[in-house]
Structure formats: structure tokens, C-alpha cells
Design a protein around this ligand. Structure first.
Ligand SMILES: Nc1ncnc2c1ncn2[C@@H]1O[C@H](COP(=O)(O)OP(=O)(O)OP(=O)(O)O)[C@@H](O)[C@H]1O
Ligand SMILES: [Mg+2]
Length: 299
């Protein structure tokens, strides 16, 4: 079954609906939020008409895996993602099983903490014209897709509408203050390195990723929130296919993006995906889960 939309009845209140996830509040757990990952898929910033069966579950399980690996290093927002630990009011909706996470609500820092291990995407575009990445000087004569000597912390603004803007870390300091900026930059790079090394052993290159952080207002320490190191928030490349001199799409979206561009449908609304694209893309998400966790998909 594919879950493309959710609409939980009272006492739940839908507070937001992103490209992939629906976000609920509930008076029974006022300090928490419930994230429900649907099977929606987007490409070129547009949501497709039909979803990818199980994608929301796979994203939830990948995020859950990383949160539990990274919690040694940073406080996280997870209350639980285990079905049998969810409040009764949630368990009354079996369609949410394995695709939801109960998290603690935090004040969210208005920046995206991007870490780049490899020169690709918007960073490669900027590098070609200016020789910099988010205004940061990087080595000359780098090729597309090449690894940086050290991962780069490259934040962006978090635009309510339209596109996020790549900014220099100094500008982030002026937005969130020096103390938090230091914590974010340091933690994001640390977390990226742990994940990069782990994933590489499993045959996946995490070319770049985006973390979000909240602030624990009691301690003024940052908290890892949102989703972590999923194919939706990161660029995953198969290590076996890696070669310098190219910028492949993240491997999960390759079939979809190729199909869209070859049919001149990229960026168009209301696209209905054919069965073979649904199947091949679903398989890629499953591969990502199985490679990273080392487990067979069983949900
Ligand atoms: N623990 C938390 N407390 C409060 N807000 C959170 C927490 N974790 C994540 N958020 C916020 O919840 C929202 C989740 O939205 P979501 O990512 O689904 O959609 P979006 O960011 O609007 O769009 P997109 O689909 O492009 O990512 C984000 O604004 C994120 O910052
Ligand atoms: Mg988001």
C-alpha cells in the first residue's frame, strides 16, 4: 500500500506538510511533535502524483538508524520511533506503523547545516565561476565530484518560501550568534565524518548532507532534529560507481530524474510515474536501507 497523504482526526492537529512528511501536534503530548513520513517523492522541487510504496518507512528506518548511532555525539530530538512505545492514541492508527517518529519540540535554528565532503551540485557551480564554495576559498584545480581535503561546513538560510540561499559560515554567526554557530559548525562536521566513514565501509559515499539543529533553551546547547542522513537530505553515491569528473544524481533518484528529463517533464506539475520507475526507484531506497544498516528490509 502506498501512503501519499495522511489526515489524522482530532485530537491530532496537522501543523505542516512538507514535500514528504506530515507533521502533527496532539494535546496528549503537548511538548512533542509527530512526524509521519509518507511515500511521496519529489524531483526538481515538484511532488509526483503517485508515491513509492514503503518509501516513508524506509526513510524513517534510515533516520532512526543514524539517530541511534549519533546520539553518543549530540543530544537528539527523538522520543521514540518504536511502535510499541508510542502513545495509545497513535497506535490506534496502524497505518502509521514504521513510518512515524515522536520527537520533542525545540526552537529551530533558522539555518541548514550542510556539510560537503565532495565538490558537486551548487558548490561545483559556484566553484567554476568564483573558485570558492559558499564564499570559502578552496584548493584550485579541483575537478567535479572530487573529495575536499577536509569536509566543508557550508550553511544555507532556511527560506520559508522559495530557495534557500548558500551563505558563508560568518554570515551564519551573525544570524544565530557566535556561540551557537561554533557548536553547529563543529558538531555538523563531526557527525558528517562519523557517518561518512561508516557509510563508506558499506559501499556508500555520502557526498553531502543537510542537518538541522534546534536549541535546548535550558542549557543553550544544540539538539539534532528533523531527519538525518537519509537519501532525501543527502547525496548518496554508490562507491563502486564513483569517478572524479562527474556529478551523478544521488543514486536513489537517478531513474526518476533521467526519466523526467528524457520525457521533458522535469519541473512540471502533476506527473504520473509509470510502474517501472516506481519499481526501480523503490528498489534503490531499499538498497540504501540494506547497505547502510546491513539488515534485510522486513517491514
Ligand atoms: N524537534 C523539532 N521541533 C520543532 N520543529 C522541528 C523539529 N524537527 C524538525 N522540525 C521542523 O519541522 C519542519 C519539517 O518540515 P518538512 O521537512 O517536512 O518540510 P519542509 O522543510 O517545509 O519542506 P521540505 O519537504 O522541502 O523539507 C521543518 O521546518 C523542521 O525545521
Ligand atoms: Mg525540510
Amino acid at each position: 500500500m502506498t501512503v501519499s497523504q495522511t489526515s489524522l482526526p482530532a485530537p491530532f492537529r496537522k501543523v505542516a506538510s512538507g514535500k514528504v512528511r506530515d507533521l502533527y501536534e496532539c494535546e496528549e503530548f503537548p511538548s512533542c511533535l509527530l512526524f509521519v513520513a509518507t511515500d511521496r517523492i519529489s524531483a526538481y522541487d515538484v511532488i509526483m502524483e503517485n508515491g513509492i510504496p514503503n518509501k516513508g518507512k524506509i526513510l524513517t528506518k534510515i533516520s532512526e538508524f543514524w539517530f541511534s548511532l549519533l546520539k553518543e555525539k549530540v543530544q537528539t530530538h527523538i522520543v521514540t520511533s518504536k511502535w510499541n512505545e508510542m502513545p495509545q492514541v497513535i497506535q490506534q492508527h496502524p497505518e502509521l506503523k514504521d513510518r512515524c517518529m515522536l520527537v520533542k519540540k525545540f526552537k529551530i535554528l533558522p539555518i541548514e547545516a550542510i556539510v560537503r565532503g565532495y565538490l558537486t551540485g551548487s558548490a561545483w557551480k559556484e566553484y567554476q565561476t568564483h573558485g570558492t564554495v559558499h564564499g570559502i576559498q578552496v584548493p584550485a584545480n579541483m575537478q567535479e565530484g572530487e573529495a575536499f581535503p577536509e569536509p566543508l561546513f557550508t550553511p544555507s538560510t532556511k527560506a520559508a518560501e522559495g530557495h534557500d540561499e548558500n551563505i558563508h559560515p560568518d554570515r551564519m554567526s551573525s544570524i544565530i550568534g557566535e556561540d551557537l554557530a561554533k557548536q553547529v559548525a563543529q558538531t555538523a562536521v563531526d557527525l558528517y565524518k562519523v557517518a561518512r566513514d561508516y557509510a563508506l565501509q558499506k559501499g556508500i559515499i555520502i557526498a553531502d548532507t543537510k542537518f538541522e539543529f534546534g536549541v535546548d533553551e535550558l542549557t543553550n546547547k544544540i539538539v539534532l532534529v528533523d531527519e538525518v542522513l537519509t537519501p532525501d537530505s543527502s547525496r548518496f553515491w554508490l562507491a563502486a560507481d564513483y569517478k572524479v569528473g562527474a556529478s551523478p544524481d544521488s543514486f536513489d533518484k537517478q531513474f526518476l530524474r533521467n526519466w523526467l528529463t528524457s520525457n521533458k517533464l522535469n519541473g512540471k506539475p502533476g506527473v504520473l510515474l509509470p510502474e517501472h520507475i516506481i519499481q526501480s526507484t523503490g528498489k534503490k531506497y531499499m538498497d540504501a536501507y540494506e547497505m547502510i544498516t546491513g539488515k534485510n528490509w522486513s517491514y
